[in-house]
Design a protein around this ligand. Structure first.
Ligand code: F6R
Length: 607
């Protein structure tokens, strides 16, 4: 969501902050601002719009070597210059940037107003600046320690005071904050992408911790004010991975990266000697794995769709009952945790609030919860009992693509591991391994259809409504196709089981509402053809995604996209690719901002 960056060092802070904000822009992007201490006062620059708009109002003459910056994705208060961060106290002596939501801000605001504070913005965040300022007595770190226990809600904050220009103080509770440790300089950020250009040495703050930072040292304390010795961790990502690398958008780059990102998810995990998978981080013994009687997957958005595919994989390959549920629903329905049940929380970012709170509720009930995350060191990864990284590399575009296929890869590996412990023979396990090994190549072949898919996007991008229809293991892929199309092109789209349309959605069909059918070469093919004919009989236009060599569909559908012929459980890897490309090209046709679609943010850290 919003992005934070802070810097203490010897270089010009304003440049480093602007560059860090540009890297964070993918998280939130309706306004931005920065603050640097200059000539014994704080200079604050804030602007609605993009980072380039902020850059225009920041003078080149600033020389400060410390400062804080923020990109905003509005939650409380409209998108205005005044509501952008940093927020200052009444005298402009102290400034703060904040990610998260302060739930008791109106109570705090009323109290502070009664004490004479006056507010400039309509945000919840401004209250933090006034609150810390009300405790300030020459020591910013102390004031933050006194103020933060009064805040209810979630926060990642960094603040600076005019009287202590070379110091930043950060605190976290529910919103990520990471320290980047350089040579004679220290960074504070909500996301490692903001510091990767400068250092790969990072320290992750835990909830309740407070850090005081200067150019050459940092000091962390826990909620009881005891010093905490923090471990420095190494970020495995390369700088090129957070650049576009010749592609016009991050989304296009990430779609085309999938053969490689799937390979990375599989690397070192295929155990050919034993015809099984090797997943190091599960933290469960063979005996504990054998005792598992059911698996429950908890996630949101695209990760939830991957989880739904996972239910088919686990049930088919391991014969273990498996369900997937939306995190937000799990969290608030007092979930019943049964014995011998394994929970997976799936999250690309590892920071999604709905999923994190579901994880915490499950852990309160002593469930065993494993994480499947992309971002190493993310909150969900750290709070899970164990888990598996998908190793997709940074996913910058708001719309998730490569994380989906990598999540499928890991779920497939887990299904194989569990299947081999139960009923799969060596030969059957070896077959599953073989299928996994050929996936990157098959996905590359599916990508080869891009020019044809682009021409279809030209033809259909004028539609106002779209249906995506699949069955079995491809039903969640239909849901994912609809999500992709609506979120980046703003064309209204619904995903359904193809069997379900006759129970209602068929009422929407006419010559202006096209349907995208997923037709794998499997036992459901003929059923899907019947569903397709039902749509054709009502003048609906049909695009069919079919297996190579399936000539018959061409006679029914208006347009056809082919993917390689494969095993029935592998189709989701291949079927999702044309759907991603189709949404992408439709959005480009319509002139949308593909990487940063309206109203959306990467990593949704509020409920
Ligand atoms: C869709 C999309 C979102 C995310 C969802 C979960 O393209 O990006 O629906 O999938 O917010 O995010 P993670 O996986 O980070 O928990």
């Amino acid at each position: 969501m919003c992005g934070i960056v802070g810097y203490c060092g010897a270089r010009r802070a304003s440049e480093i902050l602007l560059e860090g904000l540009r890297r964070l822009e993918y998280r939130g992007y309706d306004s931005a601002g920065l603050c640097v201490p200059e000539d014994r006062r704080l200079r604050i620059f804030k602007k609605c719009g993009r980072i380039r708009d902020l850059r225009r109002i920041v003078p080149d003459t600033l020389t400060a070597t410390s400062g804080i910056g923020h990109t905003r994705w509005a939650t409380h208060g409209e998108v205005t210059d005044e509501n952008a961060h940093p927020h200052a106290d009444c005298g402009g002596d102290l400034a703060v940037v904040h990610n998260g939501i302060i739930e008791n801000y109106s109570v705090l605001k009323a109290k502070l107003e009664s004490e004479g504070h006056s507010f400039r913005s309509t945000t919840d965040s401004e209250v933090i600046a006034h609150l810390i300022s009300s405790f300030y007595d020459g020591d910013l770190e102390r004031a933050v320690k006194d103020a933060t226990p009064l805040l209810k809600g979630t926060y990642g904050i960094v603040c600076i005071h005019r009287a202590e220009p070379g110091r930043l103080v950060g605190a976290r509770n529910g919103s990520p904050l990471v320290l980047g440790v350089g040579d004679g300089e220290v960074f504070l950020a909500s996301d490692v992408t903001a510091v990767l250009a400068h250092t790969k040495q990072v320290v992750y703050l835990e909830d309740g911790e407070i850090v005081s930072v200067s150019a050459d040292e940092y000091r962390t304390t826990d909620p009881s004010d005891r010093p905490v010795e923090k471990k420095i961790e190494h970020i495995g990502w390369e700088l090129e991975e957070i650049e576009k690398g010749g592609f016009p958008t991050f989304m296009e780059k990430e779609i085309f990266e999938q053969p490689r990102s799937i390979e990375r998810a599989l690397r070192g995990r295929l155990d050919r000697t034993n015809a099984t998978a090797h997943l190091g981080g599960l933290n469960l013994s063979g005996k504990q794995l054998l005792d598992i009687e059911r698996v429950k997957i908890v996630a949101t958005g695209t990760s939830y769709h991957a989880g739904l595919v996972g239910t088919y994989l686990l049930e088919s390959i391991s014969r273990i009952p498996c369900t997937a549920e939306l995190s937000s629903e799990v969290r608030y329905r007092n979930p019943i945790v049964e014995r011998n049940t394994l929970y997976f929380v799936l999250s690309q970012s590892g920071e999604t609030a709905d999923t994190l709170y579901a994880l915490r509720e499950l852990k309160r009930k002593v469930a065993t919860v494993l994480g499947i995350c992309n971002v190493v060191g993310s909150t969900i990864a750290r709070e899970s009992d164990g888990g598996v990284y998908i190793h997709s590399g940074p996913e910058i575009a708001v719309a998730s693509t490569k994380a989906f296929t990598s999540q499928l890869s890991v779920l497939y590996l887990f299904s194989l591991l569990m299947g081999r412990m139960r009923h799969l023979s060596f030969e059957q396990g070896a077959e599953v391994l073989e299928r996994l090994e050929e996936t990157p190549e098959l996905v590359a072949k599916a990508l080869d259809q891009h020019a044809h898919i682009r021409s279809l996007a030209r033809k259909y991008s004028g539609a106002r409504d779209f249906l995506f229809l699949g069955r079995g293991v491809n039903y969640p892929v239909a849901l994912e196709g609809a999500l992709k199309l609506k979120e980046i092109s703003y064309i209204h789209a619904e995903g359904y089981s193809a069997a379900e349309i006759k129970h209602g959605p068929i009422a929407l069909i006419n010559e202006t509402t096209p349907s995208m059918f997923l037709v794998p070469n499997d036992r459901l093919r003929d059923k899907i053809i019947s569903n397709m004919k039902e749509v054709k009989a009502r003048q609906g236009k049909v695009i069919a995604v079919v297996a190579d060599g399936d000539e018959e569909i061409g006679e029914i559908a208006d347009d056809v996209i082919t993917v390689p012929n494969t095993h029935r459980l592998m189709y989701p890897f291949l079927m999702v690719v044309p759907l991603q490309l189709f949404s992408y090209y439709c959005a480009r046709e319509l002139g949308r901002n593909v990487d940063q679609p309206r109203n959306l943010a990467k990593s949704v850290t509020v409920e």
